[in-house]
Ligand binder design. Structure first.
Ligand code: MGD
Ligand code: MGD
Ligand code: SF4
Ligand code: MO
Length: 868
C-alpha cells in the first residue's frame, strides 16, 4: 500500500507523519522527513499512533438518546431544536463549545454558522483553557494575535528560557531540537517552573519559583536589564510605545532582593539568570501553561513580551517571545476566530469588522459583540440562560475547572448535542444526540502548529460505518436551518478557499494573517499542499499591526499570591504526563503508552508527606473547596514543600477517584477568561483501605468496579485494574468473565486469588491482599496471550520468570527502571548514549532521554552514598 503524508493527531509541534495502511484498521507510522517541524522524528505518542486507529470504543452511528438513528433524523432534530430555541429565547440562548482538535475547515464552518447566521458569538473553544491568555497578551502588545517566532529560532538562539513549560514531556520534538542546539552551538537552557520536571534534566539552570510570581520575576528582569544598560534604546524609540509612568514603575520595588523574596528563590540563582539574559541577545523565551493557566495569565504573558520588546529581541533570528501551543490546531482555531472574544480572521468586534465580515458572508444576522467565554458559558447553562449546547471534539466534564458543576450543567441543559469519535465520554453520557465524527487518519483538512506552519491532515483510512467529518455535520445542520447556499460546501478545499479569501478581504496590510495566494487554489493543489508558514518573520521590519505601527509595553503589577489557608494548607498544581493525551480517549487505547504512568499520582514533597503520616505508594485524598479525588502517592523532592501536583488525564471511564477536573476552582484571568488551573488551595489526607489488589480482564469493555478506588489501563488483549477498598472483596468476583474457576485463599495472610479459564485461555484474574504485598502484574498480563493456561496461573509466575522490569521508562523498547539501574551498575554506564548502546533505551523516539539522564544521576548518587 502507498503511504500518505499527514500531521500528528496530538500536540502543537505539528510533526509530519508518513502513514502506510497495513490493513482495514491498522497503519504503519513513521516521521515525515520532509516536514519542517520534525524532519522525520516523532515522540512516544506520535510513534504509537498506530495502536489507536482501531475501532475500540468508537461511535459509529448517530444516536438519539440510546437509540441508533439515521443521519437525516439526527440532523433534522438538531436543526429543529436549535431553531426552536432561538425563536423562543433569542440567539444568545444557544451555544457551541468546540476544540483545537478540529480542522481549520471544521472550525470555520462552525464559527460562520454561529457568528453570521445564528447571530450570537456564543461559540467558545477549549483553547480558552489553553491559549487565551497568550492571545490576549499578543493583542495587547502587538495589536494582533501573532506568534512572532518559529522553530528555526530555536536552532539559532544562544539562550532558551522555558517558563511554565514541561517541554520534555509536552512538546518532546521541540525539546529534542533545543538539545540539538545545545550540542551544536552551546545554547544555554534555563527552566522556570515550581517543579523540577524532566525538562530540567538537560538544563543549565532551574529556577523553582513560587507559583504565580512570574510577573515579579519578569519585571525584576526588566529592571535589571534597564539598570545594566542592556535595553535597546533605538528599538524602543522607533518601534515601541509605553505608558507614561512605565519605567518609573519598573524601577520601583523590582530590585534583585525584593524579587528573589517574592519568587522565593535564592538571590544568587536569580542573579545568575538575569546576568545570562542581559548578556545574550539571541534569546527565545518559550512559555505555555505555567504562564497561561493563571488568574494573572495575560499580565504574565505581557511581562515576558515587555522584556523582549525592551531589549529589541523580536523579529530577529534566534530572538523571540514564543507562546508554544498545545493542541494540533489551537492556532488554526485562532486564525478562523473560533474564540467567543474574536470575530473571524484575526478581526475583533469593532463595527467596521462586523460590517466587513457580514458583507463577506452575506450574513443575515451578524453577532455584534463577544460571546460567553467557556467558564461563563457553563455557568450560564447552570443558571438556565443557555438552553441548547453543541459540543465538538472536547470533553468538558473532565477538562473544565470545577468539573462537577459542569456535569450538573450538562445534565440540566434541555438540549445537548455531542460530536465525538468515541461512543462514551464523561460528557457524552448526558447528550440527547450523539454524532459520530471522523477521527485522525480519516479526516481531511488543514492544521496550524505553534510556529504558524500550516500542514495538511490527510486521510489514509476509510470512514468507518456512518462516521462523517465535522465540517460536513455542521454544514448539514446549517443547511437544515435554512441557509442552504451559504453552506454549500462539497469538500474541505471549498471551505479552505473561502477562509483564505476572508483573510485577504479588504486587507491592505492591517492584518498580518493574509492567505491571499490560497484564495483560488485548485482542489488538486489543495490535496498536494506542502507545509508552509504564513507571515514570514513577523515584525522583522519593526512594524506592528497597531494604529501607530508600534508595539506596546504593558504595565504589569505582581498581584499578591494567596498564602496557605488553615483548611487548605497545600497548593494544587495540575498538568500532563509524557505518554497520555488529555482525557485519554485515544492514548488510553495504547498498551505501550499506558506503561509509563499506570496510575494517577499525587506528587508531594517527602517533608509534607511525613507530617501527614503518608508514605510512598499510599493512597491519598486531595480535597479542595470544589471536590475531592483519590490518587496514588508519589514522594518527590522535585515538588516544593506545600505544593502538590496531579495529572489531568483520568476520567470516570478510566478510574473511580483519580479525576483531577473536579478540583480546580473556576477563577479566571480578567482579560482572557482563562482559568487558573495551576493553583488551587487544597488539603491532603491518607486514605487507608482494608485491602488492595488488581484485576486483569480479557476484552476491551470497561467495567465500573464497586470499590473505593480503581484505575484502568489497556494491556495487550485486555485491561489491568488497580483496585483498593473496604468490605468483602468477594463482590468483585462477579466481574470475572465466564470460565472454569480456580481460586486460592489464605485467610492468615488475607489474600484472595481467583482466576477464570476457558479452553486453556485466561479470561480474568483477581488478586486481593490485606497485607499490601502483591506479585508482579507483568507475567499475568502475558498470560492473556498464552495457551494451555491452568490453575498454576495463581502462582503468578512461570518457570524461569524474569526479574521484575520495574516501571516502564522507554516505551519503544519496553525497558523498565530496574533493568536500567542494573545495567548502569553492572556495566558502569556513564551517559545516556551508553545506556542506549547497552539496552536500546532512548534510541528510537528519544522521549525518554531526559528520564534516562535523571536515572543516571540518581543511580550514581546512590552508588556514591553506598560507597561512603
Ligand atoms: N504528553 C502530553 N503532551 C501534551 C498534552 C498532553 O495532554 N500530553 N497536551 C497538549 C496541550 S493541549 C497543551 S496546552 C500543552 C501543555 O504543555 P505544558 O504547558 O508544558 O504542560 P503542563 O504540564 O500543563 O504545565 C507546564 C508546567 O507549568 C508549571 N507551572 C505551574 N505553575 C507555574 C507558575 O506559576 N509559574 C511557572 N513558571 N510555571 C508553573 C507546572 O509545574 C508544569 O510543569 O501540552 C500539549 N502536549
Ligand atoms: N486541571 C486542568 N485542567 C485542564 C488543563 C490543565 O492543565 N489542568 N489543561 C486544559 C487544556 S490546555 C486543554 S487543551 C484541555 C483539553 O481537554 P479536552 O479538550 O476536554 O480533552 P480531549 O481528551 O483532548 O478531548 C477531545 C475529545 O474529542 C474527541 N475527538 C478526537 N478527535 C475528534 C474529531 O476529529 N472530531 C470530534 N468531533 N471529536 C474528536 C475525543 O474522543 C475526546 O472526547 O484541558 C484543559 N483542562
Ligand atoms: S511532538 Fe509528539 S505528540 Fe507532538 S506532534 Fe510531534 S509526534 Fe505528535
Ligand atoms: Mo491545551
Amino acid at each position: 500500500m502507498t503511504s500518505v503524508r499527514t500531521t500528528c493527531a496530538y500536540c502543537g509541534v505539528g510533526c509530519g507523519i508518513s502513514a502506510t495502511p497495513t490493513g482495514p484498521r491498522s497503519a504503519d507510522i513513521k516521521g515525515d522527513e520532509a516536514h519542517p517541524a520534525n524532519a522525520g522524528r516523532l515522540c512516544s505518542k506520535g510513534t504509537h499512533l498506530g495502536e489507536t486507529v482501531g475501532l475500540t470504543g468508537r461511535l459509529l452511528h448517530p444516536m438519539i438518546g440510546n437509540r441508533r438513528a439515521s443521519w437525516d433524523k439526527a440532523l433534522d432534530l438538531v436543526a429543529r431544536k436549535f431553531r426552536e430555541t432561538i425563536d423562543r429565547h433569542g440567539p444568545d440562548s444557544v451555544a457551541f463549545y468546540v476544540s483545537g482538535q478540529l480542522m481549520t475547515e471544521d472550525y470555520y464552518v462552525a464559527n460562520k454558522l454561529m457568528k453570521g447566521f445564528i447571530g450570537s458569538a456564543n461559540i467558545d473553544t477549549n483553547s480558552r483553557l489553553c491559549m487565551s491568555s497568550a492571545v490576549a497578551g499578543h493583542n495587547r502588545a502587538f495589536g494582533e494575535d501573532v506568534v512572532p517566532a518559529s522553530y528555526d529560532d530555536l536552532d539559532e538562539a544562544d539562550l532558551i528560557v522555558l517558563v511554565g513549560s514541561n517541554t520534555a514531556w509536552c512538546h518532546p520534538i521541540v525539546y529534542q531540537r533545543i538539545q540539538a542546539a545545545r550540542a551544536a552551538r552551546g545554547t544555554k537552557l534555563v527552566v522556570i517552573d515550581p517543579r523540577r520536571t524532566e525538562s530540567c534534566e538537560g538544563a543549565d539552570l532551574h529556577l523553582p519559583v513560587k507559583p504565580g510570581t512570574d510577573v515579579a520575576l519578569m519585571n525584576g528582569l526588566l529592571a535589571w536589564v534597564a539598570a545594566e544598560g542592556a535595553t535597546d534604546p533605538a528599538f524602543l524609540a522607533d518601534h515601541v510605545s509605553a505608558p507614561e509612568d512605565f519605567w518609573d514603575h519598573v524601577r520601583d520595588g523590582h530590585d534583585l532582593w525584593t524579587t528573589a523574596k517574592t519568587c522565593d528563590i535564592a538571590p544568587a540563582l536569580l542573579e545568575q539568570f538575569y546576568k545570562l539574559f542581559a548578556a545574550t541577545p539571541r534569546t527565545v523565551t518559550l512559555f505555555s501553561q505555567g504562564i497561561n493557566q493563571s488568574i494573572r495569565g495575560t499580565d504574565q504573558v505581557n511581562a515576558i513580551i515587555n522584556v523582549h520588546l525592551a531589549t529589541g529581541r523580536i523579529g530577529k533570528p534566534g530572538a523571540a517571545p514564543f507562546s508554544i501551543t498545545g493542541q494540533p490546531n489551537a492556532m488554526g482555531g485562532r486564525e478562523v476566530g473560533g474564540l467567543a472574544s474574536s470575530l473571524a480572521a484575526h478581526m475583533d468586534f469593532a463595527p467596521e469588522n462586523v460590517e466587513r465580515v457580514g458583507r463577506f458572508w452575506a450574513a443575515p444576522a451578524m453577532a455584534t459583540k463577544p460571546g460567553l467565554k467557556a467558564v461563563d458559558l457553563f455557568r450560564a447553562i447552570n443558571e438556565g440562560r443557555i438552553k441548547a449546547l453543541w459540543i465538538m471534539a472536547t470533553n468538558p466534564a473532565v477538562s473544565m475547572p470545577d468539573a462537577g458543576r459542569v456535569r450538573e450543567a450538562l445534565e440540566a441543559i434541555p438540549f445537548l448535542v455531542v460530536s465525538d469519535i468515541m461512543a462514551d465520554t464523561d460528557s457524552s453520557t448526558h447528550a440527547h444526540v450523539r454524532l459520530p465524527a471522523a477521527g485522525w487518519g480519516e479526516k481531511d483538512g488543514t492544521v496550524t502548529n505553534s510556529d504558524r506552519t500550516i500542514s495538511r491532515q490527510r486521510p489514509f483510512l476509510p470512514l468507518p460505518e456512518e462516521a462523517k467529518p465535522d465540517w460536513w455535520i455542521v454544514k448539514e445542520v446549517a443547511r437544515r436551518m435554512g441557509w442552504r447556499s451559504a453552506f454549500a460546501y462539497d469538500r474541505p478545499a471549498d471551505i479552505w478557499r473561502e477562509h483564505a479569501r476572508l483573510t485577504a478581504y479588504r486587507n491592505d496590510g492591517e492584518r498580518l494573517l493574509n492567505l491571499r495566494s490560497h484564495a483560488t487554489i485548485g482542489n488538486d493543489a489543495y490535496d498536494a499542499m506542502e507545509p508552509f508558514r504564513w507571515g514570514g518573520t513577523p515584525f522583522a521590519d519593526g512594524r506592528f499591526p497597531t494604529p501607530d505601527g508600534k508595539a506596546r509595553l504593558v504595565l504589569t503589577r505582581q498581584m499578591e499570591v494567596q498564602e496557605p489557608l488553615r483548611d487548605w494548607p497545600m497548593t494544587l498544581n495540575t498538568g500532563r504526563y509524557r505518554d497520555q493525551w488529555h482525557t485519554m480517549s485515544r492514548t488510553g487505547l495504547s498498551p505501550k503508552l499506558a506503561r509509563h504512568r499506570e496510575e494517577p499520582q499525587v506528587e508531594i514533597h517527602p517533608k509534607d508527606a511525613e507530617a501527614l503520616g503518608i508514605v510512598d505508594r499510599d493512597l491519598a485524598r486531595v480535597q479542595t473547596a470544589q471536590g475531592n479525588s483519590i490518587f496514588r502517592v508519589s514522594l518527590s523532592e522535585g515538588q516544593r514543600p506545600g505544593e502538590i501536583f496531579t495529572p489531568i488525564h483520568w476520567t470516570d471511564r478510566m478510574s473511580s477517584g483519580g479525576r483531577t477536573g473536579l478540583l480546580p476552582r473556576p477563577l479566571v484571568d480578567p482579560h482572557s477568561g482563562q482559568p487558573g488551573f495551576k493553583s488551587t488551595p487544597a488539603s491532603v489526607e491518607k486514605v487507608a483501605t482494608e485491602w488492595s489488589g488488581f484485576l486483569i480482564l480479557r476484552g476491551d469493555e470497561p467495567a465500573k468496579l464497586p470499590c473505593l478506588w480503581s484505575t484502568r489501563i489497556t494491556v495487550p488483549g485486555g485491561a489491568l485494574y488497580e483496585i483498593a477498598g473496604n468490605g468483602d472483596p468477594a463482590r468483585l468476583d462477579a466481574f470475572l468473565p465466564k470460565g472454569d474457576r480456580v481460586e486460592a485463599m489464605d485467610a492468615s495472610r488475607g489474600t484472595r486469588r481467583v482466576a477464570t479459564i476457558g479452553e486453556g485461555r485466561l479470561n480474568g484474574v483477581l488478586f486481593v491482599t490485606r497485607t499490601g504485598l502483591l506479585p508482579s502484574r507483568d507475567w499475568l498480563i502475558g498470560q492473556l496471550q498464552a495457551e494451555g493456561v491452568g490453575g498454576s496461573v495463581l502462582a503468578a509466575r512461570g518457570p524461569g520468570s524474569q526479574p521484575e522490569k520495574g516501571a516502564t521508562v522507554c516505551v519503544c523498547f519496553d525497558i523498565g527502571l530496574n533493568q536500567i539501574v542494573a545495567a548502569i551498575r553492572e556495566q558502569d554506564l556513564v551517559d545516556v548514549a551508553a545506556i542506549g548502546k547497552a539496552l536500546g533505551a532512548g534510541t528510537n523516539c528519544g522521549s525518554c532521554r531526559p528520564a534516562l539522564a535523571n536515572i543516571l544521576t540518581r543511580t550514581s548518587q546512590e552508588t556514591l552514598h553506598a560507597a561512603e
